[in-house]
Design a protein around this ligand. Structure first.
Ligand code: THU
Length: 131
């Protein structure tokens, strides 16, 4: 499935809606994600924080883990869009590793300095860890 700029922006809009569901009372930083599967299904996620800070889950991993629980697996994802509170956002290293696990060519869509970015997972995390 090819992703053009229009589709990327649509996915980013869904990520923005998911962002509204963020549970982030500690950082006040809201993140939402929208994960597009090869069959067209879109699974969303938001960040969920915890008083024990390290237990926090990022929006990207929330969507991916939720998708796996719904029966999706490696190779089933085309793209993931991420929207955050700040204009200057890019996905964290842990989420890059988890995205790469499910496909090096997954397109990662986000806005950095107000500019639309569409990058392959392998561009964002070269030499990702594999077993
Ligand atoms: N966060 C995400 O949801 N995704 C990222 O890629 C980076 C960080 C969340 C975690 C935490 O709830 C908040 O943003 C501040 O770090």
């Amino acid at each position: 499935m090819l992703i053009d700029e229009i589709k990327a922006k649509e996915l980013l809009n869904l990520a923005s809606l998911a962002k509204m569901r963020a549970y982030s009372p500690y950082s006040n930083f809201k993140v939402g994600s929208a994960l597009l599967s090869t069959n067209g299904t879109i699974i969303t996620g938001c960040n969920v924080e915890n008083a024990s800070y390290g237990l926090t889950i990022c929006a990207e991993r929330n969507a991916i883990f939720s998708a796996v629980n719904q029966g999706f697996t490696k190779g089933d994802f085309v793209a993931i869009a991420i929207a955050a509170s700040s204009k200057n956002f890019s996905p964290c290293g842990a989420c890059r590793q988890v995205i790469a696990e499910f496909g090096d060519d997954i397109l990662v869509i986000f806005e950095f300095n107000g500019e639309l970015q569409i990058k392959k997972a392998k561009e964002l995390l070269p030499f990702s860890f594999e077993l």
